[in-house]
Ligand binder design. Structure first.
Ligand SMILES: NC(=O)c1ccc[n+]([C@@H]2O[C@H](COP(=O)([O-])OP(=O)(O)OC[C@H]3O[C@@H](n4cnc5c(N)ncnc54)[C@H](OP(=O)(O)O)[C@@H]3O)[C@@H](O)[C@H]2O)c1
Length: 230
């Protein structure tokens, strides 16, 4: 059976990935940060023998090391880097705070690459070699007509550059590496006025992942399969 690793699974888009993928007969390795805020995830895992829950805080390198050592040499066929934050500080010119920006860059940009480095042996051992990074259209420079949100936008723009660079560096090893935009989704991050629910977003994203071809390496996909310009 395929092994799929997903980060940030206790709520939102990550939790919906677990709900939908657990029905497809794959082995899921789903990460959570804090057990106290992961009751729904634990309840789902209790009912499904194909879901393994592991603790991971992507803002901590030590947590990444412990996480990797618990996986040992296990292959990972598909890696979905989903965990991300918007940041709690101001979004507007004139009041952007240094510390908040650094925290967001750490989770949204630095952690995805460092985690990929730490998991490299597991990823090399996988068959599919698909690496999926949940980015955002807000990171697209071409699409930026709205301004503001310096912190979040720049963290996802930089993530996109990480993804593109990984796609160049790792393609000789057989990897297919993409960034995806999940849509504007009704989650804690997206808020109640968002355009789509998690079911619509994640079923679209799963379709994108299932249909991925080697020639898609280094592209940026919307959840509905359309390409997004960087
Ligand atoms: N919702 C949207 O409209 C939208 C649009 C574009 C892109 N995205 C992207 O989609 C992804 C998922 O977003 P969402 O809407 O599901 O957001 P969400 O409901 O706020 O969930 C975020 C997830 O990331 C986890 N996370 C945050 N910091 C973490 C850390 N340091 N270590 C490990 N896990 C951490 C959270 O865990 P805790 O509960 O422990 O904090 C939670 O599971 C993010 O990358 C986001 O940028 C979302």
């Amino acid at each position: 059976m395929k092994n799929i690793l997903i980060t940030g699974c206790n709520r939102g888009i990550g939790l919906e990935f677990v709900k939908q993928l657990s029905l497809t007969g794959v082995n899921l390795i789903a990460t959570y940060r804090d057990r106290n805020s992961s009751q729904e995830l634990f309840a789902i895992a209790d009912e499904c023998s194909n879901i393994e829950l592991l603790q991971l805080d992507v803002s901590s390198e030590n947590s990444m090391v412990l996480f990797q050592s618990s996986l040992m040499e296990r292959p990972i066929d598909v890696f979905i880097n989903n965990a991300g934050i918007m940041g709690s500080g101001s979004k507007n010119f004139g009041s952007i705070a240094v510390q908040n920006w650094i925290e967001v860059l750490n989770v949204n940009t630095v952690a995805p690459l460092i985690l990929t480095q730490k998991l490299y042996k597991n990823l090399l051992n996988g068959n599919d070699k698909k690496l999926i990074y949940v980015s955002s259209k807000m990171g697209s420079i071409e699409d930026n007509n709205g301004g503001s949100s310096y912190v979040y936008r720049s963290s996802k723009t930089a993530l996109n550059q990480v993804v593109k660079t990984l796609s160049v560096d790792l393609s000789p090893k057989g990897f297919t590496i993409i960034a995806v935009h999940p849509g504007w989704v009704q989650t804690d991050m997206g808020g109640p006025n968002a355009l789509i629910d998690t079911k619509t977003s994640v079923s679209g994203l799963i379709g994108v992942i299932q249909n991925l071809k080697g020639s898609d390496n280094g592209k940026f996909f919307n959840y509905d399969g359309q390409l997004i310009s960087w």
